[in-house]
Design a protein around this ligand. Structure first.
Ligand code: AQP
Length: 340
């Protein structure tokens, strides 16, 4: 089974990213041939700082390894190190329709928060489809917010195959049974996000223990005092889901354990569980981040493997689409004359 997922090197990574992203990456690398990509080309579609992007890219590499990726099992690389990604995106842009891209809710949400809405932000899901389809991925571990984009990638692959012949595998989304959509601790009706959430309600993976404890202690709770999931209890429901994702305990068992306890002790214990989860991750992260050359070396090795694996798909796409093969110099996507 081939696994692929991408994660952006912008914004501080938070508990939602851990739950829908990092945690699943570490688990799925055990199930097959796994590729994890730091999608820097996605991060340039909104306003950003160039120096910060360079630093954040290495920060994210350190976090991917600190949360459990193993270079013996996974290929970890930077998207802009593999030219096949933007090249395939251009080819797929002719297979995606303007209408379907316009319906993407993440585009609408993010566009509402930008003064300048780039064409790149609009076509972002096409680049994401290229990322996935180039590797013929069967499974894509992501959070719930990515469901619409994965559906789109499948539709694009199906349309490509119908027009040009069977070329691209149709990917399936892999979402966790709990913790696929972690909500903001202060505003539990919106998802936890560094750019779209509240500062006090966003649990950053690098927050020190006292900050983590305070964020959980001050988390918004609902009326009543029972620790139980219910539509009119979004704050408590979210905390139950977080505790379940962090400890692996079922949500029913958690409700039973806190039956008759009230909110105070429950919130404190969720905070402690998160402190216990993040402490070792933060220590590993600091160690890895202190050696940027080693990180660069690992990423260069990953990019080499990613180029080898993605290249045949790109070349087949070019051929099937009727583009003439170049015999000399650098061809589209190839560092040497194309050999099929
Ligand atoms: N709140 C969340 N709950 C569960 N999973 C989440 N993910 C993001 N937010 C939550 C998952 O994290 C992975 C990496 O996401 P990303 O950082 O590449 O992009 P994003 O989805 O735009 O995440 P953010 O941090 O929420 O970004 P901003 O701040 O820009 O809105 C993905 O698998 C995603 O599903």
């Amino acid at each position: 089974m081939r696994i692929f997922s991408g994660i952006q090197p912008t914004g501080d990574k938070h508990l939602g990213n851990w739950s829908g992203g990092f945690r699943q990456y570490a688990a799925t690398q055990e199930q097959g041939d796994a590729f994890f990509c730091i999608v820097d080309l996605h991060s340039i579609t909104v306003e950003y700082d160039t120096e910060e992007l360079r630093e954040r890219t290495l920060d994210l590499a350190a976090m991917l390894f600190a949360t459990g990726l193993d270079t013996e099992r996974s290929t970890v690389f930077i998207q802009s190190h593999v030219p096949a990604h933007p090249e395939a995106a251009w080819l797929l842009a002719s297979v995606a329709s303007f209408g379907e891209l316009r319906r993407m809710t993440q585009f609408k949400d993010k566009a509402d928060r930008q003064e300048f809405v780039s064409a790149g932000l609009f076509s972002y899901p096409v680049l994401q489809a290229a990322d996935i389809l180039l590797y013929q991925a069967d499974g894509v571990p992501v959070g719930e917010d990515q469901r619409q984009h994965i559906e789109l990638a499948r539709n694009i692959a199906e349309r490509f195959n119908a027009r040009y012949g069977d070329t691209l595998a149709l990917p399936e989304m892999i979402a966790p049974s709990e913790g696929g959509r972690i909500m903001d601790l202060q505003e539990p009706e919106r998802k936890m996000s560094t750019t779209g959430g509240s500062p006090q309600g966003t649990v950053r993976l690098l927050d020190p223990p006292d900050v983590l404890r305070k964020k959980f202690k001050t988390a918004v709770t609902d009326s009543g005092s029972e620790v139980r999931r219910a539509p009119d209890k979004p704050g408590i429901s979210n905390l139950i889901e977080i505790l379940s994702a962090v400890t692996g305990d079922g949500m029913d068992a958690i409700e039973t354990r806190y039956d008759g306890e009230g909110y105070g002790r429950f919130k404190e214990e969720v905070g402690e569980a998160v402190v216990g989860l993040l402490g070792p991750i933060q220590r590993r992260y600091e160690e890895l981040r202190s050696d940027p050359r080693e990180l660069q070396r690992l990423l260069a090795r990953g990019a080499e493997k990613a180029r080898e694996v993605s290249e045949p798909t790109l070349q087949t796409m070019l051929d099937r689409m009727g583009l003439v093969r170049s015999e000399v110099g650098r061809n589209f996507g190839a560092a040497r004359p194309r050999e099929l």
